[in-house]
Ligand binder design. Structure first.
Ligand SMILES: *Cc1c(COP(=O)(O)O)cnc(C)c1O
Length: 223
């Protein structure tokens, strides 16, 4: 049988690689936050990673997160939960209730629903706009050319505070230009948080200025 490396050991390896990439890019130590992507993993698989000190987690489905995270959050203080998957407008209330960060604001209808729910629930999740940097028809996200006007609509018309941008580059392309484009749009719109980079390309993303990387399989193993 293969020796399988435990998730806490993988977590250490990923942390070390992030630190090395920060140093390589001459960025301050600790300038990149690690979002451990726990989608498809059970609470039993996630617990050892929490015990190893990880506090920031990403999930891509509201219902799945609802089944795991209220219990895990009750057991540990300081958990920060990010929604990184597409959000249906009719799940906005549940998402606002559960998540600390919603990374996938990707259309006007959702932004309007979000504004309504945030007011109603008196909550203030951090909000990021997802940008479809590769203009892929099947992929969620705002078109790069429309990013400025969408962010302005969110801020000025809907009163939403947009603090970050996220992207998922096309699988078959060099991700560098996509990360550079996201960084450029952030700069033009006074946005500080850049959520980009996954297991296969987080070091590249850090070189292009990522402030958050979303890493799943490099920590928890192949899905
Ligand atoms: C699954 C997922 C990740 C993590 O992917 P890995 O390749 O397992 O690191 C990151 N971001 C999003 C949006 C995802 O859906």
């Amino acid at each position: 049988m293969e020796h399988s490396v435990s998730a806490p050991e993988n977590l250490e390896t990923v942390r070390a690689a992030i630190a090395a990439a920060e140093s390589e890019a001459q960025r301050p130590e600790g300038s990149v936050r690690l979002v451990a992507v726990s989608k498809t993993r059970t609470a039993e698989e996630i617990t050892p990673v929490i015990e190893a000190g990880q506090r920031i987690f990403g999930e891509n489905r509201v219902q799945e997160a609802q089944s795991k995270w209220p219990g895990l959050k009750a057991e540990t203080t300081g958990i920060e939960l990010h929604l990184i998957g597409p959000l249906q407008s009719n799940k906005t209330a549940d998402a606002v209730a559960l998540f600390d960060v919603i990374q996938t604001v990707d259309r006007e209808k959702l932004a309007r629903e979000m504004a309504r729910e945030i007011k109603k629930q008196g909550k203030s999740p951090r909000l990021y706009v997802q940008i479809n940097t590769g203009s892929e028809p099947q992929k969620a996200g705002i078109e790069p050319v429309e990013a400025g006007s969408f962010i302005k609509l969110c801020r000025d018309d809907l009163g939403l505070s947009i603090s970050g941008l996220m992207c998922i580059p096309p699988v078959d392309e060099n991700p560098g230009p996509h990360f550079a484009l996201l960084a450029k749009i952030a700069g033009e719109n006074g946005i500080e948080i850049l959520s980009m980079g996954m297991s296969d390309d987080f070091e590249t993303a850090i070189a292009f200025g990522a402030t958050e990387v979303r890493v799943g399989s490099a920590i928890f193993g192949a899905r």
